[in-house]
Design a protein around this ligand. Structure first.
Ligand SMILES: Cc1cc2nc3c(=O)[nH]c(=O)nc-3n(C[C@H](O)[C@H](O)[C@H](O)COP(=O)(O)OP(=O)(O)OC[C@H]3O[C@@H](n4cnc5c(N)ncnc54)[C@H](O)[C@@H]3O)c2cc1C
Length: 438
């Protein structure tokens, strides 16, 4: 189904809310310059965080271009909210809006998924069989959660028998909270971990472990609750100084760690999970488990031959330049967001910083110039450590901490202000980004 968008985004009234560009997603709003005249056909795959923001920016920056967004999902999900839903702090509806609420007037929405990309012939074919030609293609499809890779698990198990999976969606995050709440009343063993692949928001499972511990403490049943975090390697986070800080906090909070444990399968009847470890498969019993599966580039990207051949071989991330996000073999294709094959940055905060970079290089190409902007790997993770406390972790490709408020908000301290960034400011800033205003 194709829709020409004629109504202005209904949430423009909130514009002022994120003014000041609170640090969790980045800094100042883009400069307003005179639109550039072009008849370029720009096709954007995915109307999530990255694609929606880019569509808004393109409509504003270009005059005469055709901007087409292809995405079959009717709801827009504010995924950073899933953690707050899983903590019982927000209802499932907190993360759900309509895709069309955010898209700009004048763009065309094809409400289907992309089924095939022809990077040589420069066209996309949708699931409904529509062929859409492009001059520039922006791949912003996010990533695929490979639920089938965890043997014995299926998503209809979420919210039953001590099984949570807050990555699956807003309702699943709410069901995860109900299971966590029942678990902390009952007591027993909890297992929380992450996959061995690259993943979006690598801090999210750490946050869940901290929040579960906090829930048990507040319920007065901490002594009957045991929590084990299963790490995929020998670290708790990709940035060594943050990993060490989390290790110390887990120690002080009595959260155990099983290193080099990768979830392989679940036997829901026996309440036993099997992990691949360097010593072979190992079984751990649980009373509550949160499943986060391996994560990969969507099939359409892999089948189009857009993936790296020699990196992340089973994961399929797009072969783009880490600074410009431009495809290395198909210069008219860019990646924005989680699908990009770059060493850091699968967060909404990184998506914010992808925008000006891709915009700069695309517009430079239209004008026959060289782009100048570079993505630094900026990644941000407001790492919640309990209700009312978080650490505002921001870093770059080189694992340097790059705090937005140096000297004011220390990144490795558990602060109420950092909690507010996550709980209040992040959504307003995210929404401003969607509108192309941040
Ligand atoms: C539990 C959780 C907590 C998080 N916490 C944070 C946080 O605190 N801070 C932070 O910055 N980030 C956080 N994130 C990460 C953040 O949500 C993502 O990094 C961000 O949404 C990525 O944006 P994207 O545009 O790449 O993908 P998405 O926002 O996921 O959008 C992808 C879109 O592409 C569409 N699509 C998929 N396949 C196709 C196709 N074949 N054709 C057309 N369209 C397609 C989808 O329908 C979807 O609309 C969290 C994520 C999760 C799951």
């Amino acid at each position: 189904m194709t829709t020409i968008l004629t109504g202005a985004a209904s949430r423009r009234g909130f514009l002022g809310l994120a003014a000041g560009g609170l640090a969790t997603l980045g800094a100042a709003a883009p400069a307003r310059t005179a639109p550039i005249r072009t008849n370029a056909r720009i096709v954007i795959l995915g109307a999530g965080a990255g694609g929606t923001a880019f569509a808004n920016r393109m409509v504003r920056r270009l005059d005469g271009a055709s901007v087409t967004i292809i995405d079959g999902r009717k709801d827009h999900w504010y995924q950073p909210g899933f953690t707050l839903i899983a903590a019982g702090l927000k209802p499932a509806g907190y993360s759900v809006t309509k895709t069309t609420d955010w898209l700009p007037r004048g763009a065309t929405l094809i409400a289907e998924h992309a089924a095939a990309i022809d990077p040589v012939g420069k066209s996309v074919t949708t699931t409904g069989g529509q062929k859409v030609a492009y001059d520039f293609l922006i791949v912003a499809t996010g990533l695929t959660l490979d639920w089938g890779a965890v043997e014995g698990f299926s998503t209809d198990m979420i919210g039953q028998n001590g099984i949570g999976a807050h990555y699956y969606g807003p309702e699943a995050a709410a069901a995860t909270f109900r299971e966590m709440d029942a678990f902390v009343s009952r007591g027993g063993q909890a297992l929380i971990g992450r996959p061995a692949t690259e993943m979006k928001c690598a801090g999210a499972p750490l946050k869940l472990a901290f929040l579960l511990e906090d829930m048990a403490t507040r319920k007065g049943n901490r002594k009957n609750v045991s929590i084990t975090y299963t790490a995929q390697n020998k670290a708790l986070f990709g940035v060594p100084i943050v990993s060490e800080k989390v290790r110390m906090l887990f120690g002080s909070r009595g959260i155990g760690v099983a290193y080099e444990h990768v979830l392989k399968s679940i036997d829901a009847g026996r309440k036993v999970a099997t992990y691949a470890t360097p010593e072979g498969d190992k079984e751990l019993g649980y009373d509550f488990i949160n499943v986060i599966p391996p994560q990969r580039a969507p099939q359409v990207v892999c089948e189009a031959g857009l993936s790296w051949a020699d990196k992340w071989v089973d994961e399929g991330w797009m072969e783009v330049d880490m600074k410009t996000l431009r495809h290395l073999r198909f210069p008219d294709i860019f990646a924005i967001g989680d699908v990009a094959g770059v060493p850091k940055g699968k967060t909404a905060a990184s998506v914010k910083w992808h925008q000006p970079v891709v915009e700069n290089h695309l517009i430079a190409q239209i004008q026959g110039k060289e782009g100048t902007e570079a993505f630094t790997g900026y990644t941000s993770c407001p790492l919640i450590t309990r209700v009312g406390r978080a650490m505002l972790i921001e870093f770059d490709y080189n694992n340097n901490l790059v705090p937005s408020f140096p000297g004011i908000i220390p990144p490795l301290e558990e602060l109420w202000i950092s909690w507010l960034m996550k709980e209040v400011a992040l959504k307003a800033t995210y929404n401003a980004m969607l509108r192309g205003d941040a």
